[in-house]
Unconditional design. Sequence first.
Length: 113
Amino acid sequence: MVSKTSKGRCVEACEFLEAVGNPTRLLVLAHLLDGEQSVNELLEKVGSNHTQAALSQNLAKLRRAGLVSTRRESQWIYYSCDSPAVRQLLAFLEDTFGDLRPKASHRAAHVSR
């Protein structure tokens, strides 16, 4: 029989994987590892095939999962990701599949390894 502690950890792991298991959200997290950014800055980086509304929904899901935090300055909301789990996951994925981010963003993940 599986203990509640083990089952709870499995549920937590699945919730984490569900939050990052989307190409847009994974790319957003990769960019946020370089530092705090606004929705407009992220929109420029994830590509023109995304709308601001769709990106905002993805950011909201990451926020609900506790993977990003926000800071308001006047009318702007800035997002950041300080999650060691996200940093470790991206390092693993890049080691396994190759670069996931543009070269300018790639440097920050390697600096912290």
